[in-house]
Design a protein around this ligand. Structure first.
Ligand code: CA
Length: 512
């Protein structure tokens, strides 16, 4: 392979090395640039000489200031950059340049499970909600029995899962922010893939009483929706473990009878609610997998679907690029509100956004959170920002939506589950991440990862770096794969192996 670097923007004075083994000192590029030291793959090369204090530019944006003189052809390491301050939240341009809507994309459909409330599922699952961690092993035990003894009689049902978590008790349940985990768990319990009413197992004495998870009138309504079949089992009301398990099995059997009657029907692609996030990103993420997912996001928006991007700390340093794209000033202000909320949350813990990049991100060539954020927001594509959802809030808008979540993979995924019926996950360093409730499509930033993990990575976007595929081609491939996966026609590797991460609702409040 010829020596190759990728420069994203004409203003950039650094570029990243594409060659899988990196490149040795003395390598000469066709434009005459010569490396003066060895540079690993994905790491940055200075395209020209930089003096001390000069801005280092990638994606056309300042990712740092040089701590000293940097020679052309040298390796621009993390320690050669001073981290810039985040963009100030006052004085941002609000809705000044919302992109015009692209032509609608019609005729794209998938086979989904239509629910009574109009929502559409991509799987058919019996989910058993828990109000508190105390009952989790009991429900896990019951789920094992249900899968073995009852599920085989209901072939239209894909799976039975326990919706377990660490929230529910020993928490300051009236503290500011407590509505975030509670709202997340509520929406997950009535997820479109669970087909309607939840099945709840409560201990009895916990702080998160079922009437707190769902308001009493909502519970009554859900009871009607559930044909008066049992909706709630309180463990402390039952006589012994055997009795509790029998009660769960009996309620589960009734739910399975309902779920088994569900059939996939053809629905328009506009019924998709796709959550995107990245995990284990590298310097390629922002030029391969994330723009390809962004292209697919644009296609989904054109098809009338909903696409969420999230991860506040990976948006914070690119917020000045997003507020102009808001459809109106209220949406722009809501985005700023979520950035401010997270700034304050981090400050309470004596942290800031610079705690974000991981050792793996840095090994993958990302110098700091600014460079990570500029690559991360490429997942949002180029459409206008139509709505902003606060932490834990369910997304109801169509089009491109920012749903505020932490960047932590499992917390972001859990929170996006409140709204999404399909998940797309980009990765540079590699992650086996998956969720039981929705299919998780994994896209690699480099071909080397897709080759090392052929049975974990669903789509290789690394081909974009080497020029064997375009962003558009991979974007369409992702879009079509999404429709097949949502239809149950194709399986993600995570579902093939049953790699399903535990749920982790975000609790910003105190634990007592
Ligand atoms: Ca993440």
């Amino acid at each position: 392979m010829e020596p190759l670097y990728i420069r994203v923007h004409e203003r950039d004075n650094v570029a990243i090395i594409v060659n899988p083994e990196g490149l040795p000192a003395g390598t000469r590029f066709p434009d005459g640039l010569t490396l003066i030291e060895n540079i690993p793959q994905a790491h940055k090369v200075a395209l020209r000489e930089l003096s001390r204090g000069e801005p280092v530019i990638r994606y056309g944006e300042i990712i740092g200031w040089a701590t000293g003189a940097v020679k052309a052809g040298s390796w621009v390491r993390e320690d050669l950059l001073v981290l810039p301050q985040p963009p100030p939240l006052d004085g941002l341009s609000l809705a000044t340049a919302p992109p015009a809507a692209q032509p609608p994309l019609t005729g794209y459909c998938f086979e989904g499970f239509r629910n009574q409330d109009g929502s559409v599922g991509t799987k058919n699952i019996l989910g058993i909600t828990t109000t508190v961690q105390c009952v989790a092993p009991t429900v896990d035990y019951a789920v094992q029995r249900i899968k073995k003894e009852i599920l085989p009689r209901f072939p239209n049902v894909d799976d039975v899962i326990a919706i377990t978590h660490t929230y529910g008790c020993g928490v300051a349940i009236d503290a500011p922010g407590a509505e975030i985990p509670i709202s997340t768990l509520k929406h997950i319990s009535t997820h479109p893939n669970l087909g309607g009413a939840p099945l709840i197992v409560s201990l009895g004495c916990e702080k998160l009483q079922p009437e707190r998870l769902f308001r009493a009138p909502d519970l009554a309504q859900l009871q009607v929706l559930n044909n008066d079949d049992p909706l709630l089992i309180r463990m402390q009301d039952e006589r012994g473990f055997g009795e509790v398990v029998r009660a769960i099995l009996s309620a589960a059997e009734k739910r399975l009878e309902q779920l088994n009657r569900r059939q996939r029907t053809t629905v328009p692609a506009s019924e998709l609610v796709v959550g995107s996030q990245c995990g284990g990103s590298d310097a390629f993420s922002g030029v391969t997998c994330n723009p390809a997912v962004g292209y697919a996001a644009d296609l989904l928006v054109r098809a009338g679907a909903t696409v969420m991007f999230s991860e506040v700390t990976e948006v914070r340093d690119a917020v000045h690029l997003l507020t102009p794209r808001a459809i109106n000033q209220d949406v722009a202000r809501a985005l700023i509100r979520e950035m401010k909320w997270y700034d304050d949350y981090l400050a309470r813990g004596s942290a800031d956004r610079s705690d974000n990049p991981t050792p793996g991100n840095k090994r993958g060539g990302l110098a700091n959170v600014v460079e990570k954020a500029l690559g991360s927001v490429a997942k949002a594509g180029t459409s206008a920002l139509m709505a902003v959802a606060a932490q834990g809030e369910k997304v109801t808008a169509k089009g491109l939506v920012f749903a505020a979540t932490p960047a932590s993979d499992f917390i972001c995924g859990t929170q996006q589950l409140a709204s999404m019926n399909l998940h797309i996950f980009t990765t540079g360093e590699g992650s086996p991440y998956g969720l039981a409730m929705v299919p998780v499509i994994k896209v690699s930033s480099r071909t080397a990862l897709a080759e090392r993990w052929p049975d974990l990575i669903d789509i290789d976007a690394g081909r974009i770096a080497t020029g064997t595929a375009t962003i558009e081609e991979v974007g369409w491939e992702i879009f079509r794969f999404m429709l097949d996966v949502a239809s149950g026609k194709k399986k993600t590797w995570a579902d093939h192996w049953g790699l399903h991460n535990a749920l982790a609702p975000f609790n910003p409040g105190p634990v007592t």
